[in-house]
Design a binder for this molecule. Structure first.
Ligand code: PLP
Length: 361
């Protein structure tokens, strides 16, 4: 059935593309999960079959990040946006302060929430140039409670290619480039990511935390906002987002089976290189961010003349290209090249750009 649908090349920034085999398996589980003759959606989250799903979803994160038992992984509702509040709630002490790197809309929202809960120092920002680059050469204060950064700026299309050596616990929002490339996860105290960019459907957020950073605040903790409660509950303190976690598990399994992060990094690098090369070559388009900070996940580009936009929209439609509209803050186009997007889709986009240039340049 799936094969007979028109092939759409899905560049959506989020919720984003998932592997077709994952979608197929997920849809089957909605009817008959694990040969139980019951839907995944109508069984107890504490049933043996579902506990196995949750355990695998948590373990796959540790496997792919190659971390040991000093880290805990759990899945929560509330999106990455809830983590903007939960991180300071759990890590920011009453007398201390947190250091933040401001690289865009999501980082700004994280800063806003942290400021409600305590003291925050924004130690570097790229707001002066509309977040079109990643600040470098800043110093992380050694007396901060933690340092927070955003690995990939989904809206403006910049990406941290390296992470600073941090004298304090390093916390990162990896929502839009989780498991897209090799990183040294052991350098991080806490990593979180909303599932819907690169891992699964909206509705669950993965949190991985090194246990030694917890328990330092003296505030009275609300149970649902307390990481330690969710760790103790093995990600089932309350009913977890069962379906999003299941689909995320399938995607991580898919990634591991295909060769893991080393495999996908090569695939992703090739997709990004071919598209950026075309943007640089093609006289009708121009990239929007500093070259050294270009995101391999969200490729932002503008038409060189505003009147091109309506015409290029027509061509992208003919080529079955979907989800290319740029964020309203940037305009133009944004091609999101998440893990499940095949090289073929990038090649079709490039064909469309070439045809456009032939016709209009
Ligand atoms: C999309 C996104 C978010 C927000 O995620 P929600 O799940 O909608 O709360 C946060 N950070 C980054 C980097 C994102 O791309």
């Amino acid at each position: 059935m799936i094969q007979t649908l028109t092939k759409i090349h899905n560049f959506s920034a989020g919720p984003g593309i998932l592997p077709p085999e994952v979608l197929k398996q997920a849809s089957e589980a909605c009817i008959n999960f694990d040969n139980m003759n019951l839907s995944l959606l109508e069984i107890s989250h504490r049933s043996k079959n579902y506990v196995a799903v949750m355990d695998e979803a948590r373990q796959l994160v540790k496997d792919l990040f190659e971390v040991g038992d000093d880290y805990e992984v759990f899945y929560l509702g509330g999106g990455a946006s809830l983590q903007f509040a939960m991180v300071p709630y759990n890590l920011l002490t009453e007398t201390g302060f947190a250091a933040y790197l401001n690289t865009g809309v999501w980082a700004s929202k994280a800063i806003k929430e942290a400021k409600i809960l305590g003291n925050v120092k924004v130690i570097a920002s790229s707001e002066d140039k509309k977040f079109s680059y990643i600040p470098k050469g800043y110093e992380i204060p050694s007396d901060a409670d933690y340092f927070h950064c955003t690995s990939n700026n989904t809206i403006y299309g910049t990406q941290m290619k390296a992470f600073p050596k941090s004298p304090v616990p390093l916390v990162c929002d990896m929502s839009s480039d989780l498991f897209s490339r090799r990183i040294n996860a052991k350098e991080f105290a806490l990593i979180y990511a909303g599932a819907q960019k690169n891992m699964g459907p909206a509705g669950s957020t993965m949190v991985m935390v090194r246990k030694d950073v917890l328990g330092k605040t003296t505030r009275k903790m609300l149970s649902m906002l307390d990481y330690q409660v969710h760790i103790k509950g093995e990600s089932m303190y309350n009913t977890p987002p069962v379906f999003p976690v299941y689909v995320s598990m399938l995607t991580l399994r898919w990634l591991k089976q295909h060769g893991g992060v080393d495999w996908i990094e090569k695939v992703n690098q090739k997709k990004a290189d071919t598209l950026y090369n075309e943007i640089d070559r093609n006289s009708c388009f121009i990239g929007t961010v500093a070259k050294e900070d270009r995101s391999n996940m969200n490729v932002c580009f503008l038409p060189t003349k505003p009147e091109y936009e309506a015409e290029f929209d027509k061509i992208t439609k003919q080529y079955n290209l979907s989800g290319l509209k740029g964020h309203r803050d940037v305009g133009g186009y944004r091609a999101s090249l998440y893990n499940a997007l095949p090289q073929e889709s990038v090649d079709v986009l490039i064909d469309a750009m070439k045809e456009f240039e032939k016709k209009f340049a």
